[in-house]
Design a protein around this ligand. Structure first.
Ligand code: BGC
Length: 954
């Protein structure tokens, strides 16, 4: 071969290799500059590759991955197939949309071939932008179907059928259940094995000695009389040829254990509100490569023992574990279970099944989301060790122990300390949140509970045989693992701490339902609390799937006449008690609407509309003059307002909005939101009806409670804040209301006097009326009552009460003093909206279009924040320097934003160094309230503008 040929060949080989490397490394995400990349972050029903869904028309979404300005999808094509191979061969045997001209990339409804129980679906998507060339196909994603009808289970509820002790309040030991089955060696390779599992009570499933999945407290809390969730696990890797063992440990949980408030409600048993003994339901479907299947179900072949190590487990009280009762190998093949009992068989789940409806869990499970290490261990009394985790949290501890068999170690959990360094537990009321572990003895053992959770920062450990090491204990933080979506940071360490405290409180209170608190004997899905906090919750975390789970709980708890409950689930009969409270019941309207604004989920509204409408109808029916005087249940009002503080120099009363006024304001707002829901859903008659009704309620409100000089009955700052926030006043009265709103500060020495529901209204309305300086003054304040006071006194989560602890006085009444209550953390909403400037647009929901409206102030020199919308990451960062304000902004592909740049000289605003008026892709919209406004498509932007002195901006 001559030299020329050799060179030629070398070049060709080199080029081929380079190509392989470039394509191999980059595919399928990046393509050469200028070309559209493959879509990312594919989700089905808001989850990544979910298993066992029961939506037969699931909705798909993806994110366009394109940093270019103006990036927008013009068309998409989805292919869905019954196998990965089919998809690889470009065959969408279930669904091929072809090229669909659309800019929609969220909630695309699957409308391919019908989906059946257990079916697997693989899918991919590609896009077109304005250039007309398709992107590469996305990486394949998948989902699988759950069991769509009871007959697909063909399994029995099993458990202990022996008669329990008569005293319903006596806790019972946790049952363990097991069965063995063989996978014939000649049966061939297992292609896929899927376990569908549920319990009345709680379960941990085990297969051949290993835990199945990482879910905690499954199947979680619903109204078990009506509905119970199941979970789906892929256990293919845990099976092997020959003998296999499927086993489960059950716990009482919310079904058979204690539930908050039950001990305080007359006539209620202390525990076992849904049932006395837990039960298990399992279907394991094993598919072999040759196409045949083997099914293992919960049935009479199982055996049961109640002699295991978990002697007591309770959500509120804790767990008692005796490691001497462990029987190693109980969840493995070959274990001698001859001393175990034949399991008791309850109802069969088949075509004739009439028990609680089995539904697939639609949201992220409760799982460990963080592990935290103690910052200190002290010994306030001899042999009493107190671990400080440095952070108030919800979950439990994992502890390493050594000692002789029979030694019992006790872990008590508390949020705060007494002055002498011992733990303060009075505010837990009757919730023991105490774990006991009896050692089996030997080389060291590790304890972690199974079926309980605690709200705590401090752990008191007693019964140890020696001094513990600081790393002997870890705090396992768990919650419903909604993905974290927001971030906040600014030049004030106190505000950064406030944001962190808000998120930690949210983490502590998403426990299958949105709870009020994680520690005392309460922990209920209090509706008023989430009503106040919902928008903050949506900024902090992706709440789509969580609300998809919880709204049916709300509907299940609605009284027959339409009254919404005070909390959901409602274990105490909503027809008889705890329902119809203004601003609590209204969460049944406010929360789905808030979810719609943030996520644009019409299906959620569709499913909820009838229920929301019934609530408004019911209030109207009971109050024909349209003032909400009747049927206000326990009527909590604007809970925990300044009247409860009794501060020296403050009036003894007068901060609280009169209850009738407060109630009527919520009635008007709920009716208005029902009208908007009807409009979104394309129901013109109902839109008109509820719009007119809302107008009538507003008119009745103004006639009855607003004087001609604009004073609202009660003349409370809170009343003006809510009336303005809900747009209840005629335009002519708004100026007066703003005036009185500000005047309100004089009575309370410039401090905050609002309650649970009016606090966020006050903050937002101060900004809306151009007085962000006042809102900054409140958020920066460190005198009681304020967020800053709590932080200066050690808060790592949001306190239930402004005066949870007061210097010189100590703790508030232990009867109601939680240190982890998110309601007044609703100020997080203002921090995102006003400090960072991110605001959803109700008319283009789900951030298809949004507003960036930062209002720097309060002495801050910079702030930056992020929010992961369904379309991708939104970022906004601003800084003030040398008389200029600079805003760096990211608008995700397929969305647009309106940016409002506060400035004292609109003509000098620049973008990317050029006058904003001529910047690429930037459309000038004029000025509004001291800010220059621009419309921008996707992309990154840097606006800069002359601004006044930091802190002077309003
Ligand atoms: C809860 C609150 C709840 C309230 C009703 C309290 O015990 O902890 O957060 O909203 O009751 O007023």
């Amino acid at each position: 071969m001559d030299k020329g040929w050799c060179m030629f060949l070398l070049i060709v080989v080199g080029l081929v290799l380079m190509n392989v490397l470039v394509v191999g490394c980059a595919a399928p995400h990046a393509s050469s500059i200028g070309e559209l990349r493959a879509p990312q972050h594919l989700r089905c029903e808001y989850l990544v590759d979910p298993l066992g869904i029961d939506e037969t028309a699931p909705r798909l979404s993806w994110e366009m991955d394109d940093p270019r300005r103006g990036a927008a999808q013009r068309a998409y094509q989805i292919m869905a197939a019954s196998s990965e191979t089919a998809l690889e061969q470009d065959s969408g045997d279930l669904w091929d949309t072809g090229k669909v001209a659309s800019d929609e990339s969220v909630q695309i409804v699957y409308s391919g071939r019908p989906l059946r129980s257990g079916m697997e679906v693989y899918w991919t998507v590609r896009l077109w932008d304005a250039n007309g060339k398709p992107s590469p196909w996305s990486r394949p994603a998948r989902w699988s179907m759950g069991l769509l009808s009871p007959s697909d289970w063909d399994a029995c509820w099993i458990g202990d059928t022996r008669t329990p002790p008569l005293d319903q309040n006596e806790p019972l030991p946790s049952p363990r259940l097991r069965t063995e089955f063989a996978i014939p060696g000649e049966g061939g390779k297992v292609r896929r094995a899927i376990a569908f599992v549920s319990a009345l009570g709680l379960y941990e499933l085990r297969l051949n000695g290993q835990r199945v999945g990482d879910h905690l407290l499954a199947p979680e809390w619903t109204d078990y009389h009506r509905r119970v969730q199941y979970q789906t696990y892929d256990v293919t890797a845990q099976l092997h040829p020959g003998a296999n063992t499927l086993a489960a440990q059950l716990g009482d949980g919310w079904y058979a254990g204690r539930i908050g408030l039950a001990d305080l409600v007359p006539g209620m048993p202390k525990r076992s509100l849904y049932g006395r003994q837990p039960r298990l339901l399992v279907r394991l479907a094993i598919e072999f490569a040759d196409g045949h299947t083997q099914i293992i179900v919960s049935d009479d072949a199982w055996r049961l023992s109640t002699d295991g190590p978990i002697r007591v487990s309770d959500i509120l009280d804790g767990e008692t574990y005796d490691a001497r009762r462990e029987t190693p190998g109980w969840d493995m093949p070959g274990f001698d279970d001859s001393a175990w009992l034949p399991v008791g068989v309850f109802e069969k789940v088949d075509a004739a099944y009439a028990g609680p409806r089995l539904v697939a869990q639609p949201n992220e499970p409760i799982r460990i989301v963080r592990q935290i290490h103690p910052v200190a261990v002290t010994e306030p009394q001899t042999g009493v060790y107190v671990f400080d985790l440095g952070q108030n949290m919800a979950g439990w501890c994992r502890i390493r122990l050594r000692g002789p068999a029979g030694t019992t170690v006790t872990l008590r959990h508390a949020e705060v300390l007494n002055p002498d360094g011992t733990i303060y537990t009075a505010n837990l009321r009757s919730a023991a949140q105490t774990d006991h572990y009896t050692l089996r003895g030997g080389d060291g053992e590790v304890f972690e509970p199974h079926f309980t959770y605690h709200g705590f920062r401090y752990v008191e450990v007693t019964g140890l045989t020696g001094k513990p090491a600081i790393d002997d204990l870890i705090g396992c933080v768990f919650c419903s693992a909604a993905p974290e979506a927001g971030r906040f940071e600014c030049s004030s360490p106190m505000l950064n701490k406030l944001w962190s405290n808000i998120v930690w409180t949210q983490r502590a209170n998403l426990m299958s339902i949105p709870t009020d608190c994680p520690q005392r004997n309460e922990r209920l899905g209090w509706m008023g609390d989430i009503l106040a906090f919902a928008q903050t919750a949506c900024f902090d975390m992706d709440m789509t799937a969580f609300f998809t789970k919880w709204l049916p709980d709300v509907r299940d708890a609605q009284a027959e006449d339409g009254r919404y409950p005070d909390f959901a689930p409602h274990p105490f009969d909503p027809n008889a008690r705890f329902s119809s409270v203004p601003a609590w019941g209204d969460a049944g309207v406010f929360v789905p609407w808030c979810a719609y604004v943030n996520y644009g989920d019409k299906r959620m509204l569709e499913r909820h509309f009838e229920s929301a409408r019934r609530w408004v109808d019911c209030i109207q029916q009971k109050n024909p003059d349209l003032l909400w005087k009747n049927s206000r249940g326990n009527d909590y009002g604007d809970w925990l307002n300044a009247d409860t503080l009794k501060l020296e120099g403050w009036p003894a009363s007068g901060a609280e909005v009169p209850k009738e006024v407060f109630a009527t304001m919520f009635f008007a707002r709920s009716t208005e939101l029902v009208a908007r829901m009807a409009d979104v859903l394309g129901r013109p008659d109902e839109t008109e009806h509820y719009r007119a009704l809302a107008a009538d309620i507003r008119a009745a409100f103004n006639r009855a409670y607003v004087a001609s000089d604009g004073r609202i009955q009660g003349n409370t700052q809170a009343g003006y804040a809510i009336a303005l926030a809900f747009d209840l006043l005629p335009e002519s009265q708004r100026a007066a209301a703003k005036h009185y709103l500000l005047e309100g500060f004089q009575t309370y020495g410039g401090l905050i006097s609002t309650g649970f529901h009016s606090t966020i209204c006050l903050m937002n309305e101060l900004t809306r009326c151009g007085r962000s300086d006042e809102a900054y003054r409140l958020i920066n304040n460190r005198r009681m009552p304020s967020w800053g006071y709590a932080i200066d006194h050690g808060a790592t989560t949001i306190w239930e009460r402004w005066d949870g602890y007061v210097e010189g006085r100590g703790f508030q009444d232990p009867g109601m003093n939680s240190f982890s209550h998110y309601a007044i953390g609703s100020v997080g909403e203002w921090m995102y909206r006003t400090i960072i400037g991110i605001n959803p647009d109700e008319s283009k929901p789900g951030y298809k279009h949004f507003f960036i409206r930062p209002r720097p102030g309060g002495g801050l020199t910079w702030a930056r924040g992020e929010y992961r919308s369904l379309y991708g990451q939104i970022e906004c960062a601003w800084r003030k320097k040398d008389g200029r304000l600079t805003i760096d902004l990211t608008v995700p592909p397929n969305t647009t934003a309106t940016v409002s740049v506060p400035t004292n000289d609109a003509a000098k605003v620049k973008e990317g160094g050029h006058p904003a008026a001529i910047a690429e892709n930037v459309k000038c919209l004029g000025t509004e309230d001291g800010a220059a406004c621009y419309f921008v498509p996707a992309g990154r932007y840097t606006f800069s503008a002359p601004c006044g002195d930091p802190g002077a901006a309003k």
